[in-house]
Design a protein. Sequence first.
Length: 180
Amino acid sequence: MSGESPNPSPRDRLPFEPSKRRKAKAAPEPSPPVAASPARKLNPLPPSNKPKAPAPEATATPKRVYTRSEMAIPDVISKRMAKRMAVFCGVPTVLSFSSFIGAYFVNTRTEISLPNSLVFGTSLGFLVLGVLGLSYGVLSSSWEETQTGSLWGIGEFRTNFDRMVKGWQAARSARDKQKS
C-alpha cells in the first residue's frame, strides 16, 4: 500500500476508532503479578549452543495496545444500530411466522388450498430477508455520534460497506506481508 498516507483522513477511519488526537484515558493500575505454577515440559530438547538471532518484534517499535473502553462502540451508535436491526430484521421475521398462521386460516376457513411448498417458500424468503436485515441494520446506521443518518440509510450503507471492504483488504495485505 504505497499510495496510502500515514495519517488517514477522518473519512477513511471509523468515527469511533481511537486516534492520536483524542486524549488517552488514564490506564488502570496494573495488578500485581500472580505467581504461575511451573510449566511441565513434555519432551524437553537439549539446550542449543547456537547464538539466538534477535526477534523481529524486539527491533520494531511496540504497537500501542488499546483498552477495552477505547475500542468499544459508543452507546449512542450501538442503540441506533439495535433499533435499525430490530426493524430490518424484526419485520421480515414476524411476516415469516405470520405466513404460517395465515396459510393455516386460509386452508381451514376457505375453499382455497395453498400448497405446502408455497407456504414454506414464502416463510423461508421472509426469514432470509430477516437475516439480511441484521447486516443491513448495522451497516445502514450512521457511525458518526452526532449524525443520526437518513430513514432508509442507503448513503450510510454505502459508506460503511466501503469502510468494511477497505478493512478486509488492509487485513489481507497485512496477513500477506506477515507470511512473506
